[in-house]
Design a protein around this ligand. Structure first.
Ligand code: HEM
Length: 329
């Protein structure tokens, strides 16, 4: 879908966009909040156990990945017993395969590719099952399998491509926004203190985290017409690189763009892109970030960075592979 032009793109987008509207997310808010509270309590338990031996717990695996995974799983109607495996596959989409998930002697590139093939086979089976049994699970996958677009049901290949997008975009971006947001708060203690003292600042804090972390680093687009961009001539047919973190630090738009400021308003960031392909999951991402941070607020003053974080080594999705945290003494 990300590569389609109008009017086709709109017809395909409509197949899933109804599941991610503001109204749909309003109904999920309380549920996400209670999931976030449960995941935070489990993370605190792990931190408490680790702190008995002066240890740390990775925030990415321990907490940041949980709510995005559950949300994607529930909305799509993926069987909960498969979610952990889906997380492994979705991380492989952004070039991450942990050593324990690689075959002996397998390179990272090879392992990521193998994971992709495994995910494709898995989704093919779900699609076939849905075709055979009708829309029995009631999730988005069933609706997508049984709803014609342009007069025809989608092929396995089309469904697979669409589901890769919804699973990958739903997991990898929000996980990185949350991990990056918590890292930013801990690196800017005065902002962390302010947010904990005044939780009403949460909505502007979420927007600043989105601007600051810009989890989608880049996309390529093809220019449809000649255009003059601040003195640079772009010609129809040129491939143009869009760098979201750079746009979000444009000094002509943002006052002190390199300052992390949870009270920043207005905050016209471009983290979700713009135009026809504007992110389909913005409402979901915002609700998840707000629910996660709200649940985490009471714990935030007790958290500290514990050693070096590791970052994703690729140029499409930015963020953290690991972010070790510990309880303060
Ligand atoms: C912080 C989290 C997220 C960020 C930073 C993000 C960012 C983006 C960006 C930059 C684009 C491309 C926009 C453009 O080309 O103008 C995009 C597209 C998309 N995003 Fe997100 N996204 C996030 C969360 C999500 C979630 C939770 C979903 C779940 C469904 C999602 C689904 C999609 C889809 C399906 C597209 C393609 C839309 C189209 O081509 O019409 N995203 N996103």
């Amino acid at each position: 879908m990300v590569f389609m032009d109008e009017p086709r793109h709109r017809r395909f987008r409509r197949l899933s966009s109804w599941a991610y509207t503001q109204g749909a997310m309003r109904e999920m808010r309380a549920h996400f909040r209670s999931l976030a509270e449960r995941f935070t309590a489990e993370y605190l338990e792990a931190l408490t156990r680790a702190s008995a031996q002066s240890g740390s717990v990775d925030f990415v695996d321990g907490l940041a990945c949980k709510l995005p995974l559950a949300a994607v799983g529930e909305i799509l109607g993926l069987p909960p017993e498969d979610w952990n495996q889906i997380l492994v596959w979705s991380k492989a989409l952004v070039g991450e395969v942990e050593a324990g998930d690689r075959l002996p002697g397998e390179s990272l590139g090879r392992a990521a590719y193998r994971n992709m093939i495994e995910m494709r086979h898995y989704l093919d089976e779900l699609i076939e099952e849905s075709r055979a049994h009708g829309a029995s699970r009631g999730g988005l996958i069933d609706r997508m399998v049984h709803t014609p677009v342009e007069g025809r049901l989608l092929s396995n290949q089309q469904l697979n491509g669409y589901l890769f997008l919804l699973i990958g975009a739903g997991n990898d971006t929000t996980r990185n926004a949350l991990a990056g947001g918590v890292a930013a708060l801990l690196e800017h203690p005065e902002q962390c203190v302010l947010l904990c003292a005044e939780p009403a600042r949460l909505p502007t804090a979420v927007e600043e985290i989105l601007r600051w972390t810009s989890p989608v680093a880049s996309f390529l687009r093809t220019a449809e017409a000649d255009f003059d961009l601040a003195g640079t001539r772009i010609r129809a047919g040129d491939t143009v690189g869009l760098f979201y973190p750079a746009a979000n630090r444009d000094p002509r738009v943002f006052v002190e763009p390199y300052r992390f400021d949870i009270s920043r308003a207005p905050n016209p960031h471009l983290t979700f892109g713009f135009g026809a392909h504007f992110c389909l999951g913005t409402n979901l991402a915002r609700v998840e970030l707000a629910a996660s941070l709200e649940a985490l607020l009471p714990l935030l003053p007790r958290l500290a960075l514990a050693g070096p974080a590791t970052r994703l080594a690729q140029t499409h999705v930015m963020g953290y592979s690991t972010l070790p945290l510990r309880l303060r003494d």
